[in-house]
Design a protein around this ligand. Structure first.
Ligand code: AMP
Length: 459
């Protein structure tokens, strides 16, 4: 998964992008990058592995009133500066810079077509296909080039693209990933989530609509419906886990309100009679735990403390397994847990390893009974559209029944939210969401080369 941000028409555009990327750090911690375009149309890039705070503060080298940025999240195997965004290329028309969130499911086919005609690629990212297609367009105007490049592209893409002094934002026709428009004085801002508009002081205008290209240049802002909208497939996992609770996504839906509603629905569907208290796994399940407490009347406690200074990159896969990781990241509060029958809420179980480690910590801190409640249904399939879920073999719910999972993670009871309950609880539901990872209802055929895509995703 990734976060994207773009600014047109502001002094120190790169500085604003830098700030915006801080608020999109949760969408990707593997690498971060900014491209700024100066008044002569010259584009300069800075890309770094790691966090936004870890070396992207080289803004004096990034002059210009147009800039775009990206935070990237992907699997360990693809961790490489070659795959860091934004992509920046030079072609006969000048520079094209592109930042992408989502996965293109037919990237392998599109890439093969281009390679057969002599194209040379410098990364394994699906997104590179898009700049090649733009560069090959015979159209004059950047938005025509982008519209042409996006024809026949299948899957999820929210994009910010700079071509010369034009900034464009585009969203795939199913609207999988969020993308919002903001105004900051005379400047236009695009961001994955509204929390990134807030940090720069931009006012939220609206979403970039599915299939739409929004164009900002010297003549101002224009919109065009470049791709015919298809059945809406907003990613429900954005509400469940991915987006920040202080954001509004998908036509103004509050992520906080969504998670509280998920928690309340979970309380109705899976109460835990006789329990003493409820707590959420911080931070992603806090709002759902609030909702569950509201619904069931159980007191909400803070039973797990998360260390916020442990980044994803700090704990390497080689370090003594995942149970060790859990201990580095979380510590239980004995005074809250000792002798108690507790309800532990999490937003999702993916592999089950973190959950199992957490249950063991909670028991070691003296909890008498542990009742696990999950604010989404069992994850039974991989995501081909940008969420970094592992292959089916690693997904615990694809391989074990709920009772077997309960035994595996060592809880006294386990309850998942139903698919219907989840879709009824999220803003704008129940229709129009992609829930393939929970339901197996994939809106596209699976990618022909999923392994390659996973490691080469534009996320
Ligand atoms: P596990 O028990 O190992 O499956 O981990 C479950 C935890 O991972 C939950 O607390 C989720 O908040 C979190 N989670 C869910 N999806 C993802 C994801 N794509 N990347 C990282 N963490 C995730």
């Amino acid at each position: 998964m990734c976060g994207i941000f773009g600014v047109h028409g502001a002094q120190d555009a790169a500085g604003l992008v830098h700030l915006g990327l801080y608020s999109l750090q949760h969408r990707g911690q593997e690498s971060a990058g900014i491209v700024a375009v100066d008044a002569d149309g010259v584009a300069r890039a800075k890309r770094r592995m790691g966090l936004v705070s870890e070396g992207l503060n080289v803004l004096d080298e990034l002059a210009g009133t147009l800039a775009i940025g990206h935070t990237r999240y992907s699997t360990a195997g693809s961790s490489s500066i070659d795959n860091a965004h934004p992509v920046l290329v030079r072609f006969r028309g000048g520079y094209i810079a592109l930042a992408h969130n989502g996965n293109i499911v037919n990237a392998s086919e599109l890439r093969r077509e281009l390679e057969d005609e002599g194209s040379i690629f410098s990364s394994t990212m699906d997104s590179e296909v898009l700049v090649h297609r733009m560069a090959r367009s015979k159209a004059e105007r950047p938005d025509d080039q982008l519209a042409e490049a996006l024809q026949g592209v299948e899957g999820a893409f929210s994009l910010v693209v700079a071509s010369g002094n034009t900034l464009m934002a585009a969203r795939d026709p199913r609207g999988w990933r969020p993308l919002v428009i903001g105004r900051l004085g005379g400047a236009v801002v695009f961001a994955s989530e509204t929390c990134a508009l807030d940090i720069v002081g931009a006012a939220h205008v609206r979403d970039v609509q599915p299939g739409e290209i929004v164009i900002v240049d010297a003549d101002g802002l224009r919109c065009r419906q470049a791709l015919a909208p298809r059945d809406s497939r907003r990613c429900v996992f954005e509400y469940v886990y991915f987006a920040r609770p202080d954001s509004r996504i998908f036509d103004g839906g509050s992520v906080d309100r969504a998670r509280r509603a998920l928690g309340r629905q979970l309380g109705r569907e899976c109460p835990a009679p006789g329990a003493d208290l409820v707590f959420g796994v911080p931070d992603s399940a806090n709002a759902a735990a609030l909702g569950y407490a509201e619904e069931t009347g159980l007191p909400l406690e803070l039973a797990l403390i998360r260390n916020h200074y442990v980044g994803r990159t700090f704990i390497q896969p080689s370090q003594a397994g995942r149970s060790h990781k859990v201990k580095v990241k979380y510590n239980p509060v004995r005074e809250v847990l000792e002798g108690k029958k507790v309800v532990m809420i999490d937003d999702s179980i993916v592999r089950g390893t973190t959950t199992r480690g957490l249950v063991s910590l909670v028991r070691a801190a003296g909890a008498r009974e542990v009742h696990m409640r999950i604010a989404s249904p069992p994850v039974t399939g991989p995501c081909y559209y940008g969420i970094d879920t592992p292959s089916r073999e690693e997904l615990i719910a694809a391989n074990l029944s709920v009772d077997d999972i309960a035994r595996h993670i060592d809880v006294d009871s386990l309850g998942y939210l139903s698919l219907e309950g989840m879709l009824a609880a999220v803003p704008g539901g129940p229709e129009g969401f992609c829930h393939a990872c929970f339901s197996g209802d994939y809106p596209t055929p699976p990618p022909t080369d999923p392994d390659k895509l996973r490691f080469g995703c534009g996320c």
